[in-house]
Design a binder for this molecule. Structure first.
Ligand code: ADP
Ligand code: MG
Length: 109
């Protein structure tokens, strides 16, 4: 099962995500949470101690490629297992979290 939560800033996405994630994990399911916010704070909402920073997943794990029809697709350059083993952070209730790339400099959109 995959659940995506998106919406307007300040509408409670992180709070609802963290609550759902921990409730699902407490039922014994394995949960991989991915924070895709360019200003991420899901690990704190999940109860990871203050001052702890996750190493964010580098942009190089995704590559833009053109397929035979000329359509552009985004593909992973490494396996999910490999990405999780290098960048996954352990959070309470056995949750694993990946923090997506942050905006680290200004540039073209
Ligand atoms: N149900 C709620 N009632 C009151 N305040 C809430 C509720 N859900 C979230 N908040 C507060 O609203 C603010 C924004 O929530 P947050 O989950 O960070 O939003 P988002 O991730 O969408 O930007 C936070 O200060 C949070 O504590
Ligand atoms: Mg948020």
């Amino acid at each position: 099962m995959k659940i995506a939560i998106s919406g307007k800033g300040g509408s409670g996405k992180t709070t609802i995500s963290a609550t759902l994630i921990r409730l699902i994990a407490r039922r014994g399911l394995s949960v991989l949470a991915i924070d895709g916010d360019p200003n991420p704070n899901l690990i704190q909402a999940l109860g990871v101690g203050p001052g702890v920073e996750a190493e964010s997943v580098p942009r190089s794990v995704v590559e833009r490629r053109e397929d035979e029809t000329g359509a552009t697709r985004h593909v992973l350059t490494r396996s999910i297992a490999d990405i999780v083993s290098q960048y996954g952070m352990k959070a309470p209730d056995g949750v694993t979290v990946l923090v997506g790339t942050k905006v680290d400099h200004a540039g073209a959109g």
